[in-house]
Design a protein around this ligand. Sequence first.
Ligand SMILES: [Zn+2]
Length: 113
Amino acid sequence: MHEMSIVVSIVEIAESEAKKNNAKKITKLELDIGTVSGIELDALNFAFESIKNETMLKNAQIKINKIKAKSKCEDCNYEFNVEDVYSLCPKCNSYKTTIIHGKEMKVKSILID
Ligand SMILES: [Zn+2]
């Protein structure tokens, strides 16, 4: 499950940040996850639940912000919401569209104690 390796690296980032600040625990972790990042949120939550008791995130509240995917058409510059990585421009039907939002996978904020 590739979500597990993502969670492991998120925990590493959070813990090293907390240690830098001499914190004993992490109380809240906020993540930005794009809807076309390829990450299954259920799997991500499951992975967190299964390892967090062994980490500084034991009692942390985990908040996940879903970042809606947006594409831009290269032919007419129209920006539109997408559900999928591959979608046609709804205005001119061009297939030359580029994802501009929605691939994010990052730690937005960490609250420590
Ligand atoms: Zn277009």
